[in-house]
Design a protein around this ligand. Structure first.
Ligand code: HDD
Length: 713
């Protein structure tokens, strides 16, 4: 071993010692080409990887060229079918830690010891779009978490919305067919703004509640790091004594729940289709690790029928005001994948992957999912051994009599692969419940075989009204705008008219406002459900706010004030905010004092939609140049329109007027009693110390958006 190799292997050893059980397992499959020679798949060293073997310099390629054939064959077979839903996704590794032992509620091992870190892999996704579709499409987001526990794998396969479109898995192929591109012309991609989807909605009114959620801001999250996750179904927690309770699972993001505005989402789809994937990757890379608290709502079995909805109905949520969410632990995503295909693409989630202490209920959507997830992996991953793919391997030993099949990795010794056997002592033996064997909760069931829904599933509208009542004025306006876009794209007028009728069942004002933008009549009769209550917890207005990991665009040209720009960047960084300098060309700009500053992006390679806020530093020459740059003015105007925080110092303030967004009074940190006015424009003149300015600017960024601006535009 050379010194270099020894050093390397010591480093590797050190690294290995710090890895968790799953990372150690993955490491044993991980390959690094650095410093290595190329070989064929048979381990034979390759002498030439550029030219095929041919009969004479200008002659035909000959069959004998095994290297060419192997390389080409492998390439030809590189693709696997994309997921039939949730094809577009992004994954990351991390860990989960419980806050306190949960033995009173569940015997699940990973929920007992606060000092224990359980490795996890999370895949976020959109639902309808193909693998290459834009991240910012209006859609539900998948939030699937694989816990590699010592008792086996637990998958929490959830979404960012607490309910679902349909009540019975029988209808899943239908709702997806209706939402996917229309089958004749494969249009539109990653969108529900078309006839078949809305035809399904008006003919299947159990969808009404979920449609409102998807058309709310939840359908266009700012980041995977800023959305909630929900297990959706009612599950069961069972403790060691066999006592069961109903449970709903929640993920609550530490950064709060924040969304894009629709125009921004649409622009991003073209400017940066990888916006959410990039955001997740960059945040982890910059060690702004995404964090989510695991919350549970617990319901005693005797309260199963205490509500005016059926707790088995997946189109209903449990209001947090009635059943509080108890935060029981935290998920931290701290490592990007090494290889997208091997990990994010090959990861296989399955709702049926549970551990002792977690069990199912008779929710008919959940019951159908218990079949679908295993089934779909068989075609997607090519056979029954996908659990052996490194990302899918359990960290607890896998021991059973299942054998053979495509791409079997293990070499099972011994003569028996059946049970009961006497030749090998009947190994492997099942375990009793005491020994950790999974025993299904012994729920009593009794009934006739019947294809019928319970009447307790019949109310399709009350919770939709409840959700609508819970929205702020701004959120309501966003929902109406979304209806106008979505249903406005429906060509069939009858369907558009029926949308108004269906949503009139939810709320008359909602239906009237929808009708006003889609060229059909307002509702004929008064509607609504009479529900007056609301749930503040489902509005995004009261969510947590933080400037951490937000990004600022600083527009600058030659002649910018060095002190201003450097002080602001320094202070922003202290608050966890990062900044990019944007100018006309790449390279360096020369500041007023002759110092040079590196340009990160240009007006051609960036756009205001890629940032959370804009800062306009002073410097007469810089500001004059920017005021003559149409793209710079457009940048500011758009950020303003999208309700983002805008900061300007000294001469930079003039740019706000130049961008002609400014019929409204300028807020000033010096003159205003509150440092941020409701419009989120923070300006300072004659300033040398930028600290108080940056503080006010950061507070503005933390607010995420200044929605009152939308009302004024
Ligand atoms: Fe599903 C994938 C979430 C209903 C059938 N689903 C999939 C993924 C998520 C969800 C996050 C992507 C997992 C990944 O990243 O690999 N699905 C949900 C939620 C639902 C739901 C929260 C309602 C509560 N799904 C649902 C039903 C069925 C399916 C009713 C069928 C009966 N879902 C699938 C699937 C997928 C899938 C076809 C496609 C790829 C995969 O499973 O692995 O089996």
């Amino acid at each position: 071993m050379s010194d270099h190799e020894r050093l390397h292997s010591n480093e590797n050893q050190k690294k290995l010692n710090n890895l968790d059980a799953k990372e150690k397992q993955l490491e044993s499959f991980t390959i690094d080409h650095t410093g290595k020679r190329m070989t064929t798949n048979q381990g034979l060293r390759v002498s030439n990887d550029d030219d095929s073997l041919r009969a004479g310099r200008r002659g035909p390629t000959i069959m004998e060229d095994f290297h060419f054939r192997e390389k080409m064959t492998h390439f030809d077979h590189e693709r696997i079918p994309e997921r039939v839903v949730h094809a577009r996704g992004s994954g990351a590794h991390g860990y989960f830690q419980v806050y306190e032992p949960m033995h009173e509620l569940t015997e699940a091992g990973f929920l007992q010891d606060p000092s224990k870190k359980t490795p996890v892999f999370v895949r976020f996704s959109t639902v309808l779009g193909s693998k290459g579709s834009p991240d910012t499409a209006r859609d539900v987001r998948g939030f699937a978490t694989k816990f590699y526990t010592e008792e086996g794998i637990f998958d929490l396969v959830g979404n960012n919305i607490p309910i679902f479109f349909i009540q019975d898995a029988m209808k899943f192929p239908d709702v997806i067919h209706a939402g996917k591109p229309e089958p004749n012309r494969e249009i539109p991609q990653a969108a529900t703004a078309h006839d078949t989807f809305w035809d399904f909605v008006v003919n299947n009114t159990e969808t009404a509640h979920m449609v409102l959620w998807v058309l709310s801001d939840r359908g266009i999250p700012r980041s995977f790091r800023m959305m909630e996750g929900f297990g959706v179904h009612t599950f069961r927690f069972v403790n060691k004594q066999g006592k069961a309770r109903f449970v709903k699972f929640h993920w609550k993001p530490i950064l709060g729940v924040h969304s894009l505005v629709w125009e921004e989402a649409q622009q991003l789809a073209g400017k940066d289709p990888d916006y959410h994937r990039r955001d997740l990757w960059n945040a982890i890379d910059a060690e702004h690790f995404p964090e989510y608290e695991l919350g549970v709502q617990i319901l005693e079995e005797e309260d199963e029928f205490a509500f005016d909805f059926d707790i088995l109905d997946p189109t209903k949520f449990w209001p947090e005001e009635d059943i509080p969410v108890r935060k029981i632990g935290k998920l931290t995503l701290d490592r990007n994948v090494d290889n997208f295909f091997a990990e994010t693409e090959q990861v296989a989630f399955h709702v049926a992957n549970v551990v002792p202490g977690i069990d199912f209920t008779n929710d008919p959507l959940l019951q159908g999912r218990l079949f679908s997830y295993l089934d779909t992996q068989l075609i997607r991953l090519g056979g029954p051994n996908f659990h052996e793919i490194p990302i899918n391997r359990s960290v607890s030993a896998v021991v059973n009599n299942q054998r053979d099949g495509y791409h079997r990795m293990t070499i099972n010794r011994g003569v028996t692969s059946y049970s009961v056997n006497s030749l090998q002592n009947n190994d492997p033996k099942p375990s009793s419940e005491k020994e950790g064997g999974y025993v299904h909760y012994a729920e009593k069931v009794d009934g006739r075989k019947i294809r019928e829904r319970s009447p307790s599933f019949n109310d399709h509208y009350s919770q939709a009204t409840f959700f609508w009542n819970s929205m702020s004025e701004v959120e309501k306006q966003h929902i109406i705008n979304a209806f106008h876009f979505e249903v406005g794209n429906v060509e069939n007028k009858q369907i558009r008219q029926r949308v108004v009728e269906v949503f009139n069942n939810v709320d008359s004002e909602l239906a009237t406002l929808i009708a006003a933008g889609i060229g059909v009549d307002p509702p004929m009769a008064p509607g609504g459900t009479g529900v007056k209550a609301s749930s503040p917890a489902v509005s995004q207005m009261t969510t947590k706010k933080s400037p951490k990991s937000r990004t600022v665009a600083i527009l600058a040209e030659n002649g910018v004030k060095y002190e201003e720009i450097t002080q602001v960047i320094k202070n922003l960084n202290i608050e966890g905010v990062s900044a990019n300098i944007i100018s006309k060309t790449l390279g360096f700009i020369t500041c007023e004092n002759g110092q040079e500053i590196k340009v990160d992006k240009t007006f051609t390679t960036s756009d205001s939609v890629m940032y959370d806020a804009v800062y306009l530093p002073g410097g007469t020459e810089s500001v004059t140049k920017l005021s003559e740059e149409a793209k710079a003015l457009q940048f500011i105007k758009e950020a303003y329109t999208h309700a983002k925080t805008i900061g300007a110092s000294n001469e930079g303030v003039e740019l706000i007027a130049d961008a002609q967004i400014y019929g409204i009074a300028i807020a000033s940190v010096e003159s205003s009693s509150s440092p941020i006015n409701s419009l989120g424009v923070i300006t300072i003149r004659n300033a040398t110390n930028m600290q108080s300015f940056t503080h006010a600017f950061t507070q503005g960024i933390a607010k995420h958006r200044h929605w009152s601006r939308e009302m004024n535009l």
